[in-house]
Design a protein around this ligand. Structure first.
Ligand code: PMV
Length: 348
């Protein structure tokens, strides 16, 4: 079999969870199911160049971020390669040059692990496809890409496709799996089809707690079992909301999920507060605005201080004015990103 040298480029989006994944078992198996909106603007673009080499016992790769060599990313990629090697047995036959860049500002506090790991998984799948002697279907391609991305970073499994994605086994969603993420299989109300996510960059500093440490803190956490059950319950409830289009219930559910995620960190040992004073200022402003106007603006949070402001496109004009007039002042250097629901990764 002749193996060609070559290069492949994928761009893969970030995603924002509505029901959060927090806590995992061995082999990147989530403790509870999660569901996310795939984003559209926040993406990682990864170019993988592969050159055949003599097979030996080592992985051989270099990694560049924005054209700068990044040796500090190497351990994470090495761990990823080790985990996926059994599924991609050709890895040690190649030297890889991984060139990556993000559309969002570097160290903006927006996690690039979901978009970055999914982009790399997709590039490796393209290589597998070019080596394969049998036809690789798109379905197999996407499923295995999600499976591999999960082994890099759990939430990355949800970044292959759009627009609503489920990861983690639950009886109420057909086809759901702990091993890979799948498209939400049911009809959703049109209100959710063009949802907007304006990301307010409150704090761009390094994360205080890596997600690996964070997930581990759930192991001996006094509220863990209740939290995992709550995620199941919230997913059941969300299924009805997505069908009915009840935005008030939607907002209540996602805000509660966001605050619960942070509550888990505040009540673990050691404990962390990942919100900043400006995070709370923004949350209070959103609540006041919602009360005054009756508009459907809500928030969610990742494991950090930034705020994702979620709202339907139909109400975007007034809400965006409110964001610019009243919320952007709380952002670091007034930075924010206007994103919206997206439809998944693309081969470039
Ligand atoms: O994918 P990880 O291991 O970085 O975990 C991220 C978990 C959250 O972003 C906090 C929640 C989620 O479901 O995306």
């Amino acid at each position: 079999q002749s193996i060609e040298n070559g290069t492949v480029t994928w761009e893969s989006p970030s995603n924002i969870a509505l029901v959060k994944y927090w806590g995992k078992k061995k082999d990147q198996i989530p403790e509870n199911p999660s569901i996310s909106f795939t984003l559209n603007i926040c993406k990682t673009i990864t170019n993988l160049t592969f050159t055949q080499k003599e097979r030996d016992n080592d992985f051989s790769f270099e990694i560049f971020l924005d054209e700068e060599k990044k040796d500090d990313f190497k351990p994470k990629i090495e761990t990823f390669f080790k985990r996926v090697e059994v599924y991609l047995p050709f890895l040690k036959d190649f030297h890889f040059q991984i060139e990556t860049s993000n559309t969002f500002p570097h160290s903006s506090g927006i996690a690039s692990s979901a978009s970055g790991m999914s982009a790399l998984a997709l590039c490796l799948m393209s290589l597998e496809r070019s080596l394969s002697v049998v036809e690789v279907t798109d379905e197999y391609f996407n499923q295995k890409a999600s499976f591999l991305a999960r082994l890099g970073s759990g939430s990355a499994s949800r970044s292959i496709e759009g627009d609503l994605i489920v990861w983690g086994k639950t009886d109420v969603i057909e086809g759901s799996s702990n091993l890979l993420a799948t498209k939400y299989p049911y009809q959703v109300h049109e209100k959710f089809k063009d949802y907007q996510d304006t990301i307010l960059l409150v704090d761009k500093g390094e994360k205080q707690v890596s997600s690996t440490v964070g997930h581990n803190l759930m192991h001996n956490h006094p509220y863990a079992q209740n939290r995992f059950q709550q995620a199941h319950d919230n997913l059941n409830a969300l299924k009805l909301i997505l069908e009915s289009g009840d935005l008030d219930k939607f907002i209540a559910l996602i805000e509660s999920e966001a605050l619960t995620l942070h509550a888990m960190m505040m009540t673990s040992m050691p404990y962390f507060i990942l919100m900043k004073p400006n995070t709370l200022e923004i949350i209070n402003k959103i609540w006041d605005f919602r009360k005054d106007t009756g508009l459907h603006v809500g928030f969610t949070l990742d494991a950090g201080a930034n705020v994702h402001v979620l709202y339907p496109k139909k109400e975007a004009k007034v809400i965006l004015e409110f964001i610019k007039d009243e919320l952007v002042a709380y952002c670091q250097n007034e930075q924010y990103i206007c994103d919206q629901i997206g439809f998944g990764a693309k081969l470039i």
